[in-house]
Design a protein around this ligand. Sequence first.
Ligand code: CTP
Ligand code: MG
Length: 247
Amino acid sequence: MSCSRKLYVIFPAAGSGSRMHSDKNKLLMEVDGIAVIDRTLSAFKKFADEKDIDLYCVLVVSPGKIAEWEEYLDGKDYSSIICAITEGGDTRTKSVGNGVAVLEDYSPDDNDAVFIHDAARCLIDTDSISRCFDAICNDDICVCVSGVKTKNTIKMVKADTDESPLVESTPDRNLLYEVQTPQCFKYGVLTECYFEASAEGYEATDDTALAEHYGYDVRIVEGSYANIKITTPEDIAIAEALLKNMH
Ligand code: CTP
Ligand code: MG
């Protein structure tokens, strides 16, 4: 069954940016003159405008910072897409869980699409967003994640690593994907996964891993190698270099 032309997006933005080693919130750092958060939110606004989709976004920010963020977002040309700002938790899973709880106020249908997108992935392109939206809304997929084939050879090591970890195996590179965000769900599946996870205190490194844990099929939808997460200082320079190729 296909869903409506509505898209709900939860943006986890409540991290501390510890690996950026900066006093400034990494989401407010500029990439080629535009703040990371502005780029991220503008990309989704552009997608919604191009495809005529009603967009409902929840921004999840650090505890105590809601008023600061409201002031920052006031008057931005994308501010109309933000329907709520809520406080996050000390892990990404908890932050997303708080965002999921807020969505209930907007009464989504079980088949509506909900994306979780790292605020720090500011080079997200409208084609990647669109492929994910089509997967959830037109292809009857319940859960999917944007991803790219890994370019590197990856070694699996024994769990008890020391200074020179012992290699256990070399997985076939053709079967390895690096996943990104958006991580995408039908609303009914998302709420079930987060409800179960919070009941049993289960934490996962990414959102679709929760769905795997509860037995759902998770599909990978073609993402973009440029959809990097701004994590360490050199990522700003990498993002600026990538942008030069994107226009
Ligand atoms: N995030 C969140 N709540 C947390 C941790 C992370 O909402 N408790 C968000 C971040 O704000 C970011 C996204 O999840 O947009 C991806 O996380 P990451 O890149 O790891 O950001 P930080 O956790 O802020 O950075 P670091 O791990 O270096 O401290
Ligand atoms: Mg983190």
